[in-house]
Design a binder for this molecule. Structure first.
Ligand code: PLP
Length: 391
């Protein structure tokens, strides 16, 4: 692989990111390659996007095939095949109730669309979310995100959004009512908020309450969905089928794509003109996404994710037992958090010094979301580096 010589800097980019580390110029499997040729083991995976790893033959082949058709974009005013196939594949895999799909371009957009659909269907306005949530940074999704520091500079955001204590049944029963609540949104496994699997009983309770009150239950599976937790949808672990499920991150294989899976009941309330996007579900991204979804949905692929998740989980649990600096290891599949007794950012920086990339999730949690194709050897290697850093 030849590495391009670069002479750029980041000064022309708007300063909304505190970028760290070297300039990356290539990738292979679970490794990112810096301009000086140094290889970094990547347990960030583009923040849970690069499920099939770098330079994936599946994605390469799909991209070339998509190019061969000559169609990168055709307006949603017309029909194209890849989006229709992808929608059929997603509805077939999800919940068994039929349903329809709206394609968009990101996770936040998917959640914003789901809120609109819930309002149109329920003819109500209020939205309920939970502590620890992250649903995006647009005006409605940010209102439902439990990060006051992200929200404050941009208020007023969407009105009528309540954030309830996660797992608090009484608070939910008081707040979620047949008169007012349009939608309840929850991540079955919270990501940004600290890698927290939500207890199945709470999801079952929300399903019941939403059914009783005629409220739309939205599962935000933007980060935890599409194989990340070892099942195609994270909700499968609880057996709960929501009214809508939002997807994004890994869906397009690194190309921007989001989706809202909508139950037949709610889809019945949506008419032409209620929502739209210029780019969503175009033939190029949909061709790639179809191959990504088919690859991940393969039962052998998912079994491998679960097996590797157990290996990673066991390594992190023993790290947690061995190190007084670690309070707890928690997660599912290949989505893990290490809750520390100290700040997580210096630990992530120390790991980077040793050529391992990990994320933080809040101030004290190290988040680990490697490509789903990561090898067992790379998991062992990464866990060993983390153990050294925490020693
Ligand atoms: N929902 C969840 C659970 C997420 O983790 C994210 C991003 O991290 C979003 C929504 C927003 O997605 P996007 O950054 O694609 O808008």
């Amino acid at each position: 692989m030849t590495l391009p010589l670069t002479t750029t800097d980041a000064t022309a980019l708007l300063g909304v990111y505190a970028r760290v580390g070297p300039l990356f110029v290539a990738g292979e499997g679970s490794e990112l390659i810096a301009e000086d040729g140094t290889r970094y083991l990547d347990f960030v995976a583009g923040i849970a996007v690069n499920a099939l790893g770098y330079n994936s033959p599946v994605i390469r082949e799909a991209v070339l095939r998509a190019l061969d058709s000559g169609l990168i974009h055709v307006s949603n005013l017309y029909r194209t095949e890849p989006g229709e196939r992808l929608a059929a594949e997603l509805t077939k895999s999800f919940g068994g109730e039929g349903g329809q799909v709206f394609f968009c371009n990101s996770g936040a957009e998917a959640n914003e669309g789901a809120f609109k659909f819930a309002r149109k269907w329920s003819k109500r306005t209020e939205i309920v979310a939970f502590t620890g949530s992250f649903h995006g940074r647009l005006f409605a999704s940010l209102a439902a995100t439990d990060r006051p520091d992200y929200r404050r500079p941009f208020e007023p955001l969407l009105a009528g959004v309540q954030i309830l204590p996660l797992g608090d049944v009484e608070a939910a029963m008081r707040a979620i009512t047949a008169g007012r609540t349009a939608a309840v949104i929850i991540e079955p496994v919270q990501g940004e908020g600290g890698v927290r699997p939500v207890p199945d009983e709470f999801l079952v309770f929300l399903r019941q309450l939403c059914t009783e009150t005629g409220t739309a239950l939205i599962f935000d599976e933007v980060q935890c969905g599409l194989g990340r937790t070892g099942t195609l949808f994270a909700s499968e672990a609880s057996g709960v089928v929501p009214d809508m499920c939002t997807l994004a991150k890994p869906l397009g294989g690194g190309l921007p794509m989001g989706a809202i899976l909508v139950s037949d009941r709610i889809a019945g309330a949506i008419a032409p003109g209620d929502h739209a996007t210029t780019f969503g579900g175009g033939p190029f991204v949909a061709t790639v996404a179809l191959d990504v979804v088919r690859t991940i949905a393969d039962p052998d692929f998912l079994a491998d994710v679960r097996a590797k998740g157990e290996l990673l989980g066991a390594r992190l649990q023993s790290l947690s037992t061995a190190s007084r600096r670690v309070k707890e290891a928690r997660g599912r599949g290949l989505m893990w958090g290490l809750e520390l007794n100290e700040g997580a950012a210096p630990i992530a920086a120390a790991a980077r010094e040793r050529h391992l990339l990990v994320l933080t999730a809040g101030p004290t949690v190290i988040r680990i979301v490697p490509p789903l194709t990561v090898t067992r050897e790379d998991l062992e290697r990464g866990a060993t580096i983390l153990a050294e850093v925490l020693a």
